[in-house]
Ligand binder design. Structure first.
Ligand SMILES: NC(=O)c1ccc[n+]([C@@H]2O[C@H](COP(=O)([O-])OP(=O)(O)OC[C@H]3O[C@@H](n4cnc5c(N)ncnc54)[C@H](OP(=O)(O)O)[C@@H]3O)[C@@H](O)[C@H]2O)c1
Length: 298
């Protein structure tokens, strides 16, 4: 099949591009920087640098939309919030608009979202739950709404409500391992907030599994079956690295240093992948201990 990926150079997108290519699919990636994308992705992937380059002659069986400016790297000023919204919501709107112009529509449209859609707290969140409040939830809701517009073109829209993706080439794990190796691993706030995580390999397998079945619509929680608290996460990570987690960072200090985005660390959602499990997806790494063993032994 032929796929167009946005965000195809990122942690998830580059692994997905490689997985789809290795299965014999043709992959095109929409990127803002073709030189960097070529270096990251190698020669087998076609590149586009603007949606205008998608012409009627290029028919795609599926679109996988993962583009988005990094959410944690910069303070959430009004300007930064606008960038986070533009790179997800406005970008997705343009993508759907482009689909309206194509006489042959894609059969699959998988579009990003995040577990930040759900309210913070201790209740297990399944796909039917209502969204939370606050910036992350409103960003995810608007991002999903922009994608859902494709349903008016009779394209089923699959929403990927993504948890913390654990891989070694970037993302949260890479940031946590360095201090933890130095014996500086620290619990955040009370440590009781939930971390809904997923091994990158399971994420990629789940997307490929979706693309090998008839297209389906609606949200999927892209998280492992066993979410953990921040305390459990840190203890498990430090134990794997033969260290002890001795420190904790007070929430007030994080709020002072990080402002509103501290919420991403201090609060969390307990998300359960009910749909993946009930529809028969088989996780390779259902537990954090197993996932970290696999990731950190490489
Ligand atoms: N990784 C996680 O733990 C996690 C958790 C929840 C949700 N997600 C979401 O899943 C998606 C993929 O995650 P990821 O970890 O692979 O992200 P990533 O490594 O940060 O890559 C995101 C991609 O988005 C594109 N991008 C960055 N800034 C952009 C901008 N201002 N405008 C348009 N495109 C921009 C980049 O492509 P080019 O530079 O090639 O244009 C980049 O390859 C993201 O939207 C992210 O928010 C990820």
């Amino acid at each position: 099949m032929r796929f167009l990926l946005t965000g195809g150079t990122g942690l998830i997108g580059s692994a997905l591009s490689r997985a789809l290519c290795s299965k014999g699919h043709q992959v095109s990636v929409l990127t803002r920087n073709s030189d960097r994308a070529r270096r990251t992705l190698g020669p087998d992937i076609s590149l586009m640098t603007s949606l205008e380059q998608w012409t009627e002659r290029q028919e795609f069986d599926g679109i996988i939309n993962l583009a988005g400016a990094p959410i944690f790297d910069h303070a959430w000023s009004e300007r930064q919030k606008r960038l986070l919204v533009a790179s997800r919501v406005d970008f997705t709107r343009h993508l759907v608009q482009k689909m309206t112009q194509m006489s042959v529509k894609p059969r699959y449209f998988l579009s990003g979202s995040a577990v930040g859609y759900y309210p913070d707290g201790n209740e297990p969140e399944v796909e039917t739950q209502q969204p939370g409040t606050g910036f992350s939830a409103s960003l995810c809701t608007a991002w999903e709404q922009a994608a859902i517009q494709a349903q008016s073109l009779h394209i089923p829209v699959t929403l990927l409500r993504t948890g913390l993706v654990l891989g070694t080439a970037g993302g949260i794990l890479q940031r946590m391992v360095f201090p933890a190796r130095l014996g500086l691993g620290a619990v955040v706030g009370t440590g009781r907030q939930w971390m809904s995580w997923i091994h990158l390999a399971d994420y990629i397998d789940a997307v490929v599994w979706m693309l090998e079945r008839p297209p389906v619509s609606g949200p999927y929680n892209m998280t492992a079956p066993v979410p953990v608290t921040n305390r459990e996460f840190m203890d498990c990570l430090c134990a794997r690295l033969n260290r002890t987690c001795r420190f904790s960072i007070p929430a007030t200090l994080l709020r002072l240093g990080l402002g509103e985005r501290a919420a991403l660390l201090i609060e969390g959602q307990r998300v359960v992948p009910e749909r993946l499990l009930s529809e028969g997806f088989d996780f390779r790494h259902p537990t954090l201990a197993g996932a970290l063993r696999d990731l950190l032994e490489k």
